[in-house]
Design a protein. Structure first.
Length: 139
């Protein structure tokens, strides 16, 4: 089964990559998403898919990678029972975080929803863009 690639945004003062790492192998529910487009993206995720972990507001940079370990289930934080969550576990912290300004300046990846739809908290990333961003993080 083919893997898909995603980006999940979190404000580091609410949930950071370090907190995600401390959560260990059981991971945590990625919950609290209340945008329908973002929620639909959560529903498309498959076990084993990889997600960039993006620190929004503070930092505005991709700081790590998490893996989907459980597909969409009802979000316990949603009283209306309309939205879903996924379970994610820490995979790695990027050696060099990739700042939003770098992504905006790179003509190969500045088409991403991260640039075009800045309010979207869960988005798909094509494999070619994933590889470029990952490579930038290694430099």
């Amino acid at each position: 089964m083919k893997k898909s690639y995603w980006l999940l945004k979190s404000e580091p003062d609410v949930w950071s990559i370090d907190q995600q790492k401390k959560a260990g192998a059981k991971g945590v529910a990625w919950d609290g998403v209340r945008n329908y487009q973002a929620a639909n993206n959560l529903k498309k995720m498959k076990k084993g898919d990889l997600c960039f972990f993006y620190h929004s507001n503070i930092g505005k940079e991709i700081v790590g990678i998490v893996e989907i370990i459980k597909t969409a289930f009802l979000d316990k934080t949603d009283k209306e029972r309309r939205f879903v969550a996924v379970q994610v576990k820490f995979k790695e912290k990027l050696k060099n975080p990739v700042k939003l300004e770098i992504i905006k300046k790179n003509s190969f990846i500045n088409h991403l929803p991260l640039v075009k739809q800045s309010r979207l908290s869960v988005m798909h990333i094509d494999y070619k863009s994933w590889k470029i961003i990952y490579k930038i993080s290694k430099v």
